[in-house]
Design a protein around this ligand. Structure first.
Ligand SMILES: N[C@@H](Cc1ccccc1)C(=O)O
Length: 501
């Protein structure tokens, strides 16, 4: 019998009495696993071997899991510290025990989330108790984690499920194929198999020489396992940012560009935010320890100072609170991209503008927020403004409706809001497609006289800042912003997400 080289190798390495896995055969023959698989299927078609498949489940400890394998599960550490502090006798203050357990940051929440569930004790109004009968040495999750780290099998299934749920262990499922010689295979080997020269590619030379008529072509096996390859692709957040840009350009807007680190002047003072007002720190901006910004137009600086101190117009009245140039020149990471709007509206970037004008940016902003499912320290803001005569709130709402409709969002809600720089102001809400919750997606309004006059703008300007990540949540139903942003993002989720066009 004549067979292609790889099939001969697999046939010779296979056994009639013992199942041999693709991996073992690959080791023995020196062929790639996918080549062995292809050959095995061809041999099976010929009736020379049988191929069986077994489902496998394997577990891998994540980085977080490794940390706890070394240091102990947070709830176990909390229990030990609680017992040391006497909480098995009488309730002890939580703060004291947490300090002693040396649990920092997220580990505290993790400890608390698992403590009562596992019967270690109770936490109530800042006091912790420890159940004297609990045995941290018998913690099934700790045992399963340790077994995995040591490469041992047979860990408790329920404990493994729980570790997977906690993100300490990853489960992957696969199939292991094994090959066994059939009687026909044994007979063929006894009678002798030879390597048949096969050709897997037709070449111009073969066509020219006519050799193609004599060679044997290798058959394609379209069912053979192939190595999994994943190409790189543009992140969904970037893709959506590009789409937002295209949409706004399509609506007649031009793009703004400018510094991420900017002076208080452009970020706040131009926006008529009093320097000593809590509104000024309401985003908890990141201040930078760098020299003050020099490049601020003097005449504009004077007009903004006068708007703050004396007000604008005949009945205008200032803030009656201190305003200093030194503060205006301090540099922060911008907490919003309205700094760019100020730069452009003032004529500082591309010269004076005549109405009607429309500008936008889709750029990063930075806020010292507390991380949670809807807040990050940095996110992308869709900033925009329209400068024209006689604008009204209806123009603003109409623009949002037109914009969001292109992303399939048609149930916008507007709520009156307060900004020191716009009057009236509106917050924008949309409904999360999965949870049905109303989530805030943006903030907007008509710039006040006190903002526009010093900038030298005489007509109306409507403006907004929308969160790109929130738009993504509404479009795709993500419920945790961290899944799609930054280093914590969930790659599998991103891979599976079908991009909407
Ligand atoms: N700067 C506002 C958004 C906004 C821009 C322009 C006008 C009104 C509101 C924010 O970050 O929330």
């Amino acid at each position: 019998m004549r067979l292609p080289e790889s099939q001969v190798a697999v046939l010779e390495a296979a056994s009639a009495t013992e199942e041999r896995t693709i991996e073992q055969l690959s080791d023995d023959t020196g062929l790639k696993p996918e080549t062995v698989t292809g050959a095995a299927f061809d041999l099976e078609d010929e009736g020379l071997v049988s191929v069986s498949a077994a489902e496998t489940v394997s577990y891998a400890v994540t980085d977080e899991g490794e940390t706890y394998a070394d240091a102990g599960l947070p709830e176990v550490r909390l229990y030990r510290a609680a017992v040391d502090a006497g909480a098995d006798d009488a309730p002890v203050s939580m703060g004291e025990v947490i300090g002693a357990a040396d649990l920092g940051g997220p580990a505290v929440d993790i400890a608390l989330a698992n403590y009562a569930r596992k019967g270690y004790g109770e936490v109530k109004s800042g006091q912790i108790t420890a159940d004297p009968d609990a045995d941290p040495d018998a913690d099934p999750e700790a045992a399963a984690l340790a077994a995995l780290v040591d490469g041992e099998d047979g860990a408790d299934e329920d404990a493994l499920d729980e570790l997977v749920r906690r993100g300490l262990v990853e489960r992957s499922e696969g199939a292991v194929r094994s090959v066994t010689l059939t009687d026909a295979g044994v007979t063929a080997l006894m009678e002798g198999v030879e390597v048949a020269a096969t050709v897997d590619r037709l070449t111009p030379e073969m066509l020219a020489s006519g050799e193609w008529q004599d060679v044997e072509f290798a058959a394609y096996n379209v069912e053979a396992d192939a190595p999994e390859t994943r190409g790189g692709k543009v992140h969904i957040l970037r893709q959506t940012a590009e789409r937002v840009k295209d949409t706004l350009v399509g609506m007649g807007f031009r793009e703004m560009d400018g510094p991420h680190a900017d002076s208080e002047f452009w970020i706040n003072d131009c926006l008529f935010m009093p320097q000593d007002h809590p509104a000024r720190t309401h985003w908890d901006q990141f201040a930078l320890d760098v020299p003050p910004m020099r490049d601020i137009p003097e005449d504009l600086l004077d007009r903004v100072r006068s708007a703050h101190l004396d007000g604008v117009g005949e009945d205008g009245d200032g803030y009656h609170s201190p305003w200093t140039e030194a503060v205006a020149r301090e540099v922060d990471l911008r907490g919003h991209t309205t700094s760019l709007s100020m730069r452009y509206l003032s004529g500082h970037e591309i010269g004076e503008l005549e109405p009607p004008e429309r500008f936008f940016s889709v750029e990063k902003v930075y806020r010292n927020d507390t991380l949670d499912p809807t807040h990050l320290l940095e996110f992308f803001q869709i900033e925009g403004w329209v400068m024209a005569e006689d604008l009204s709130v209806r123009d603003l709402m109409g623009t949002f409706e037109e914009f969001y409709e292109q992303f399939g969002i048609t149930d916008l809600q507007f709520k009156p809001h307060y900004n020191p720089y716009t009057e009236p102001s509106f917050e924008l809400f949309g409904t999360h497609p999965e949870t049905g919750e109303l989530i805030e997606i943006g903030n907007s309004g008509m710039f006040r006289e006190e903002v526009l006059r010093p900038l030298g703008v005489e007509c109306n300007v409507m403006a907004w800042g929308l969160a790109l990540e929130r738009l993504l949540m509404l479009m795709y139903g993500f419920d945790d912003i961290r899944d799609v942003h930054g280093t914590l993002c969930d790659l599998d989720l991103l891979r599976e997400t079908e991009v909407l066009h």
